[in-house]
Design a protein around this ligand. Structure first.
Ligand SMILES: Cc1cc2nc3c(=O)[nH]c(=O)nc-3n(C[C@H](O)[C@H](O)[C@H](O)COP(=O)(O)O)c2cc1C
Length: 358
């Protein structure tokens, strides 16, 4: 079997020693003030043989927080916490990109600072509930609709977060543009009922995302900015009348911007062929994701469709996933009960394969 996954690559200005990317995973273990800790540094450093690690979704502002114990990148303590994480990963030979995740309406005020707000394109509450440490499962907040004049400020939060992430030592940043969070809420007809220049027509609904990418790219070049998409993803009560048209229009609008990469969740059960859509409307490198194993991932790179493949769940129980793929060692599973619980259990205590220990 040819193994192009083990070869190096360059995505824009971001260098990968192999094409095995650790996909973003929220693990809800940030410390005081939503700052990363030594435990987080240990977790990521254990996985530094990945060609690139994409962090868990990280809020660009206090308002952007939705879930319990997720990290931020807007306070100095958070920047310093992340700098220590990046240093540990670099020392172990790895490279990192930060995923910026503003949850918008997918939030509970019980998970937020007391002076933070839940904001969204329109004041439409998501159906469903989320976990909070204070009250257990609660309904999502009813969001406050952003005024037109406030939107530039939200976009600027992403710019500042990008500057902070690059200062902390990250090789780049990724805009989380799916899974029902703020950018997806702007894109989709079910969550965006605005009648200003950020709502209504598809040209208006994509404006927030295009302007956000441009703000992120203005910090140190678009070749350090990636975007994650999954057209047709219904997660978190997201609905769009025509996701294919929405994402085709978005990709056409940013195709000539020189993004480092597009990170595509293929979601095989969805209504849209996300890989075909991405290939048709985006000329830059693709990172593909969702349910790949080593053989299929190698095929996707060998065929020229993908530059790299990202893996999420396999990295939870296999800190040495790259070495296990290379040696053909068996993969370990993981305990779903400790995905989002504080502390090292189910986080930093998954062992390396014996053969990989050397
Ligand atoms: C525990 C967990 C947390 C996740 N958190 C995020 C996240 O913060 N941001 C994101 O874009 N995707 C997140 N995802 C989705 C994964 O990145 C990935 O798309 C999904 O697990 C499918 O890839 P896989 O088959 O390799 O696991 C998460 C998945 C898991 C299992």
């Amino acid at each position: 079997m040819s193994r192009p996954l083990l070869e190096s690559a360059k995505l824009g200005a971001i260098e990968l020693k192999n094409r095995i990317v650790m996909a973003p995973m929220t693990r809800s273990r940030a410390g005081d003030g939503d700052a990363p800790t030594a435990l987080n540094a240990e977790y990521y450093a254990q996985r530094a043989s990945a060609g690139l690690i994409i962090t868990e979704g990280t809020q660009p502002s206090a308002n952007g927080k939705g879930y319990a114990r997720t990290p931020g990148i807007y306070s100095e303590a958070q920047v310093q916490g992340w700098a220590a994480v990046v240093d540990a990963v670099h020392a172990a030979g790895g490279s990192m990109v930060m995923q910026l995740m503003h949850c918008g309406r997918i939030a509970s005020h019980y998970n937020k600072d007391t002076d933070a707000e839940t904001v969204a394109p329109s004041a439409i509450q998501a159906k469903g509930q989320m976990y909070t440490d204070a009250k257990g499962m609660v309904d999502f907040d009813v969001p406050r609709a952003l005024a037109t004049g406030e939107i530039a400020g939200v976009i600027d939060e992403y710019r500042q977060a990008t500057a902070n992430a690059l200062r902390a030592g990250f090789a780049g940043v990724e805009l989380h543009c799916t899974s029902g969070y703020l950018p997806a809420q702007f894109l989709s007809t079910g969550t965006n009922r605005r009648d200003d220049r950020y709502g209504g027509s598809v040209a208006n609904r994509i404006r927030f995302v295009v302007e956000t990418l441009e703000a992120m790219g203005a910090v140190d070049g678009m070749d350090r900015v990636g975007m994650r998409i999954c057209p047709g993803n219904p997660f978190n009560d997201l609905f769009d009348e025509d996701p294919e048209e929405t994402f085709a229009t978005l990709l056409d609008a940013v195709n000539d911007h020189g993004l480092a990469y597009l990170h595509v969740i293929r979601m095989q059960k969805g209504s849209v062929d996300n890989i075909a859509l991405a290939r048709e409307h985006f000329d830059g490198p693709l990172i593909l994701n969702d349910g790949y194993d080593f053989a299929e991932a190698n095929d996707a790179v060998a065929s020229g469709v993908a530059a790299a493949i990202s893996f999420a769940r396999p990295f939870i129980g296999n800190p040495d996933l790259v070495e296990r793929f290379a040696s053909g060692a068996e993969l370990a599973g993981f305990d779903p009960k400790t995905l989002y619980t504080p502390g090292p259990a189910g986080y930093t205590d998954y062992p390396r394969a014996e053969s990989a220990d050397g």
